[in-house]
Structure formats: C-alpha cells, structure tokens
Design a protein. Structure first.
Ligand code: DON
Length: 304
C-alpha cells in the first residue's frame, strides 16, 4: 500500500500546477499550492499516510455532512428534509439561482452553501455560542480528536466578506426555511467552515460513516438511516457540479471543501482524508480528485 500511495501521490502532484488555491476568503490563499497528502484508514485498524497528511487546513465544506448529522440528531430526519431538499443541482456550490426559481421553496440539498446554512440554522442551543460549542463538540467526537479548534483569521475573513452567503440566508429566512436568527446561523456556519483539521481527522469521519455512525469503540451515535442519508447525499451532491463525473470515475461517496480537503467513505471498508489546496474550476481539490480516481481504479474501490 505504501508504494501505491507514493506512486499515486507523486503522479498527481503534477496536476496541482493546473489548479488554483481559493482566494475569495481572506487567508485561504496562504496555502501551499503544491501541498498534497492522504490518510487512509481501514476496518482492520491499519493506517496509511503519505505526503502532507499532517498539515492543518480549514475544513470548509467538508463540515457540511458533519453538521447535517447533528441537525438530524437534534431535529429528526423528517424535519431536516422538510427544510432542505435531497436533489443535486448541477450548479456551482455558491449558486443562488434555484432558491427563487425552483418549485420547492427550499435549498436543493445540504451540500451546497444555501442548504448547509439552513442546516446550521437547525443546530440547537440557547445562543450562537452554545450552538457552535455543541457543533464543535460533535466534530471532536466523530474525529475522536479533542484538540479541534476554529481558525479565527479565516472565520473573521469569511464573516467580513461572505455577502453572498448572507444574501442567501436572509432570502431563506423570508421563505421560512430558516426559523432561527439569520446572523446566528451564519456565525455558526462560518465558524464550522473554519475548523482546522488534518487528513487524519477527515479519514476518521470517513471511518465513522463507513461504520454506519459508530465510533471506534463501537458506540452507535447516529442511526443507520441517518448514516445512509449522509453517504447518499455525498455521492449525489458532495462534489457539486462535478458529482456525476466523480461517481463515474471514482464511485466513492466523498465531500470536498475549498480549503483543499476531501473526505471519502467506503462503506464497511475505509475512511479516506485528502488535502490538496490547488482546486479545479468547480472548487474541488485537483490533486485529490486525481488521487481518488487512481486509487479507485487500482484497488477496485468503486461502490458501483
Ligand atoms: O461558504 C463558503 O463559500 C465556504 N465557507 C465553503 C465553500 C466550500 O468549501 C465549497 N467547496 N468546495
């Protein structure tokens, strides 16, 4: 396995030249464009790591499936999906066009920004501090990493410049999708996106879902149905408007983020975390995408 990872990471490092580090959130552009790393965990307790696997980066949209799990625990599956849909859009992750034009007056799915902000608005707590603390504690539990914290610089940068997310949130409040305070919901969302992780943390989340919502101790945290909901939405919507091609070429439920992270789940088998901040035009890690395609082919990992 070490040899395979070494070869695949080296090969895909070349692709990072053709991508770009995200710069629309102040601070994200400080990442090293050629950074690339992976952590792969399997059910037998093996851990394989390579490259920049231990570098910290902000989780960004990879936070969305994790927040969805807590929102489902807090409110039940039916309530969550009465406010957020389960269909892919084929649009960019930050697109707002369908919020008004769609027949269903709710964001299409929990993986795009609009849907994720709606999900964050459902996290329970008496104020924004308690809501975020509950969410961060949940992140710590599923990653089995007590040291997780959010990056103040990236959080305040996004809070300052996130006008489009703000616009979508106020629109959703008007539509009755967001029932709690808009500013509190945005604060929770911006903070959750700026939580710093490594590929190991993402691989642990992958393993949690691979075990259908169990910690490594065997303790069951979310129901089988909730775990299936998260994995299926990752498969259909997790790589945004690249999800269809990704399903064909890789075939592994995955979620990307503009910090360069990808979290992948092979049900009952593996959790994979990847870091590669050079992104393609759709906002997915260009090197990470290549690594997953090669790994899937070589190890026959596609679930299809
Ligand atoms: O809301 C945003 O735009 C960012 N905090 C997260 C977007 C993101 O990670 C999209 N992923 N590829």
């Amino acid at each position: 396995m070490e040899k395979i990872l070494d070869r695949i990471v080296k090969k895909n490092k070349i692709k990072t030249k053709f991508g770009n580090v995200a710069n629309y959130i102040p601070g994200l552009d400080k990442a090293g464009k050629e950074d690339l790393g992976i952590c792969l965990l399997d059910m037998d307790g093996n851990r394989y790591v390579h490259g920049d696997y231990n570098k910290k980066f902000t989780i960004q949209s990879v936070s969305k499936p994790i927040a969805l799990m807590l929102a489902m625990l807090d409110n039940g599956v039916d309530y969550v999906f009465s406010k957020v849909g389960t269909e892919p859009t084929g649009d960019a992750f930050n697109s707002m066009i369908r919020l008004e034009t769609a027949i269903i007056k709710k964001p299409y799915n929990p993986m795009i920004n609009a849907g994720a902000i709606a999900v964050s608005s459902m996290i329970k707590g008496k104020d924004k501090e308690e809501k975020f603390k509950r969410l961060l504690d949940f992140f710590k539990m599923v990653t089995e990493n007590d040291t997780l914290e959010y990056n103040e610089e990236i959080y305040s940068g996004e809070n300052r410049t996130g006008n489009k997310n703000r616009a979508m949130a106020y629109f959703m409040k008007d539509q009755g999708v967001i029932e709690s305070s808009v500013e509190d919901s945005l604060d929770v969302y911006f903070k959750q996106c700026s939580i710093e992780v490594t590929t190991v943390d993402l691989a642990m989340v992958g393993m949690f879902l691979a075990r259908n919502g169990r910690l490594s101790t065997g303790e069951k945290i979310i129901s089988d149905y909730q775990a299936k909901a998260v994995k299926s939405l990752m498969m259909t919507c997790g790589m945004y408007d690249g999800s269809g091609e990704f399903a064909l070429k890789v075939g592994i439920p995955s979620k990307s983020g503009v910090g360069g992270g990808i979290m992948s789940v092979l049900p009952n088998k593996m959790g994979i975390g990847i870091y590669g901040p050079a992104l393609d035009k759709k906002g997915n890690s260009i090197g990470g995408d290549g690594i997953l395609e090669d790994l899937s082919k070589e190890l026959d990992l596609s679930i299809f």
